[in-house]
Design a protein around this ligand. Sequence first.
Ligand SMILES: N[C@@H](CCC(=O)N[C@@H](CS)C(=O)NCC(=O)O)C(=O)O
Length: 219
Amino acid sequence: MPLQLYAHPFSSYCQKVLIALYENRTPFEMRMLAHDDPRVMAEFAALWPLKRFPVLVDGERTVVEASIIIEYLGLEYPGPVALLPADPRAALEVRTLDRFFDNYISTPQQRIVYDSLRADTERDPRGVADARALLDTAYRWLDQHMAEREWAAGERFSLADCGAAPSLFYADWTHPIDPAFTHVRAYRQRLLARPSFARAVDEARPYRPLFPLGAPDRD
Ligand SMILES: N[C@@H](CCC(=O)N[C@@H](CS)C(=O)NCC(=O)O)C(=O)O
């Protein structure tokens, strides 16, 4: 049975895993999450009651959390691109950067988007302001961090870049990266040029009208 990925092409955390799958040309079957397909939605809810996607199914095994899925793929289905270095200390650096993109770029970005979906009476202006301030601080830190490196953890494309690509992509749509942060903007462009992410972005293009804040007319 092929690997099955319960996912949606427009989701940032799904794109994170798709990048890893595409980097290593790992075969898998997409179980597309769509509200007009209750059978897939029910399978997904039964697999992971927390209902956060993506979810990977490998035979009897269910793997959740994008970073863990990518680590699992590296262990069970290794390919030419090792997304975690074999050296445990180098791997710590990669995992640190991966946490940075999830916690300090993706999380505040999602907070702003989810807030926009609420009724006016349930909005959380303080939470949104905090999220925007956190993104500004994270962009500033990342700009210095990326000043002299090609990829987030150094010379090699890694798990951290899988997370960075969609999180910076949507964060810039949600809370534009100041032009002064030239290194962050250049890094975002390098990520967009990476074939694995370019493919994920292309596959998600038809869903842009779904972006709650209104997708800009650019990548
Ligand atoms: N910590 C999870 C986060 C996954 C996540 O937030 N996925 C979003 C889609 S990008 C989701 O499930 N959203 C549905 C919801 O929040 O109810 C991971 O790393 O996989």
